[in-house]
Write a protein that binds this ligand. Structure first.
Ligand code: MG
Length: 162
């Protein structure tokens, strides 16, 4: 069997617009200020997409969905992730699993973790796990200026007959 691994990273700062919704892993979290970004700024979906695309040897999401393009303003990231899954599949690769670490002082991820994992796993077509970590007060993430996420993806070649 032929396998590939990929890693993804994304980071967004909190928006100054307190009415902006916070979307993480496709889940909208009530009563929390959203992240600044051209799209919905879903750092988890973005890191997952980057890991998947990287493993498949494809372009990064900044190239595929440029922040300069008006059509992607306010775009939901989960359909973009679905498009990345399809592109990886077209390139001959499907996910075995993807694991994410979210670095955030707030909000607490635990109440939303299973919804995030279920939604991400559905879109990716393989188990996606999400873990929350605090930045222990270190740097901008520790001052709760934003949220970062890393993701590792394992892909298998579709023609390997898994
Ligand atoms: Mg991003």
């Amino acid at each position: 069997m032929s396998f590939r691994i990929g890693n993804g990273f994304d980071i967004h700062r909190f928006s100054d617009d307190v009415s902006r919704p916070l979307v993480l892993g496709g889940v909208t979290i009530a009563d929390e200020t959203g992240l600044h970004g051209h799209s919905d700024a879903d750092v988890i979906a973005h890191a997952v997409a980057e890991a998947l695309l990287g493993a498949a040897g494809l372009h990064d999401i900044g190239t595929l969905f440029p922040a300069t393009a008006e059509r992607w303003r306010g775009a939901a990231s989960m359909p973009q992730l679905a498009a990345c899954v399809a592109m990886a599949r077209d390139a001959g690769w499907e996910a075995v699993n993807i694991d994410c670490s979210v670095i955030a002082e707030r909000p607490k991820l635990a109440p939303h973790k299973s919804a995030m994992q279920a939604g991400l796993s559905r879109v990716v077509g393989a188990p996606v796990t999400v873990k929350g970590r605090r930045a222990e007060g270190i740097g901008g993430l520790g001052r709760a200026e934003g949220i970062a996420c890393t993701a590792s993806a394992l892909l298998v070649a579709i023609e390997s007959g898994r």
